[in-house]
Design a protein around this ligand. Structure first.
Ligand SMILES: Nc1ncnc2c1ncn2[C@@H]1O[C@H](COP(=O)(O)OP(=O)(O)O)[C@@H](O)[C@H]1O
Ligand SMILES: [Mg+2]
Length: 382
């Protein structure tokens, strides 16, 4: 087991106009489960492959433990990778697939068998050891791919979208199994996914990437509660955070024909920047339904009932006229959801308002927790 450190690591493919991974700084703790997440093409696989030694680092460095591995070939890095397509050898049995890398490395037969049997026991594959991959289900193949990584007893596991070939239900079950297995083995793991729910449920910490740049790395809780910028705010959370550009005056932000009071510290930071607008965000659950006149009007367009939860999609009339009408999502009482076409009135919970600079996208508001102590009163005044 080991720590992993990216130091200003940059990967630019030959002939590419710009780096696919740009000056990445990232410290991963010994035994940590770190998830790299972001939209397609943001550089997740490239970051992982650079760590594995499959792509050349063009600037900066990567360390595993106290070894600088930047220029070491993959086989000298003591890591095991699990790929999306599992890359199993079709003509080999499960046991041979799992033991193949050990055999190549010259390990004794008895030791290989011992390790394969132990991994098979951990992964519940004992009765399939003599089968060929094609006689296995997708979930079993996925476990063989995991087994092949486990038998090597590496310093780190690297996994690139290992669940994306499974159907939705199996994916949810398997992600829990992988997370539990990783905790049991305690092996430092870097896990790539484009699915933010997968990232949030599996990672000790989650690193959000966009266009090759690190946006934020933090615990799932902190990413959710305190996104550093508009991109992270919109990417993390499902349904997504409501984000709306609003005009400012000295009292706060114009929203839904009313003024949303903002914390004094936020207002002074905004006016310090000379900002006339801000981007305000609130999550679907950060509202309460109030009586008419107490909140902003919200016209319900669609209601989505999920059983335990219900969401209403609708429009909020902003100060920018009909152009500013934004489709928003709010969580509503699943037992008594509003009706399509109905207009309800909402109050945004003042502690849960996020404010970002419209210009830079960066977070402006102070600590979410301190907002309530600084004079915010939420939508409904004014
Ligand atoms: N072998 C390659 N040669 C040139 N460009 C590549 C190569 N692999 C990936 N890229 C580019 O690098 C960027 C990041 O790709 P990738 O790391 O695969 O993203 P992700 O895994 O987040 O979807 C993309 O713009 C992609 O087109
Ligand atoms: Mg990828």
């Amino acid at each position: 087991m080991a720590t992993i450190t990216y130091e200003h690591a940059t990967v630019q493919y030959p002939g590419a106009e710009r780096p696919s991974v740009n000056a990445l700084d990232l410290d991963i703790a010994d035994g940590e489960f770190l998830v790299l997440v972001g939209p397609s093409g943001c550089g997740k696989s490239t970051s992982l492959r650079a760590l594995a030694g499959l792509e050349a680092v063009t600037d900066g460095s990567i360390r595993i433990g106290d070894r600088d591995v930047t220029h070491l070939p993959p086989k000298e890095r003591d890591i095991a990778m699990v790929f999306q397509n599992y890359a199993l050898y079709p003509h080999m049995s499960v046991a041979d697939n799992m033991g193949f890398a050990l055999k190549i490395s010259g390990m004794k037969k008895e030791e290989i068998r011992k390790r394969v049997e132990e991994a098979a026991r951990i992964l519940d594959l004992e009765q399939y050891l003599e089968r060929k991959p094609k006689a296995l289900s997708g979930g079993q193949r996925q476990r063989v791919a995991m087994g092949r990584a486990i038998v090597r007893n590496p310093q780190a596991f690297l996994m690139d979208e290992p669940l994306s070939n499974l159907d939705a239900k199996l994916r949810v079950q398997t992600r829990t199994e992988i997370a539990a297995l990783q905790r049991r083995l305690g092996v430092t793991t870097v896990y790539v996914t484009h699915d933010q729910v997968e990232a949030m449920t599996m990672g000790d910490r989650v690193c959000v990437l966009k266009d090759g740049y690190l946006q934020q790395v933090d615990t799932p809780r902190n990413l959710y509660d305190r996104p550093d910028n508009v991109f992270v705010a919109g990417f993390i959370g499902s349904p997504a955070m409501n984000l709306v550009d609003v005009d400012l005056d000295q009292d706060g932000a114009h929203l839904g024909g009313r003024v949303l009071a903002l914390p004094r510290a936020t207002m002074s930071a905004l006016s310090g920047e000379g900002a006339k607008t801000a981007t305000v965000g609130f999550r679907p659950e950060a509202v309460t339904v109030v009586s008419e006149g107490e909140g902003f009007p919200f016209e319900v367009v669609v209601v989505e009932e999920l059983g335990s939860d219900a969401y209403a999609y609708g429009t909020l009339h902003t100060s920018r006229g009909s152009e500013g009408d934004k489709l928003m999502t709010i969580r509503v009482d699943a037992k008594r959801p509003p009706m399509k076409g109905e207009t309800i009135h909402l109050r945004v919970l003042p502690d849960e308002v996020h404010v970002f600079s419209t210009e830079t996208g960066r977070r402006v508001s102070g600590d979410v927790a301190s907002v309530s102590g600084s004079g915010a009163t939420g939508v409904g005044q004014g």
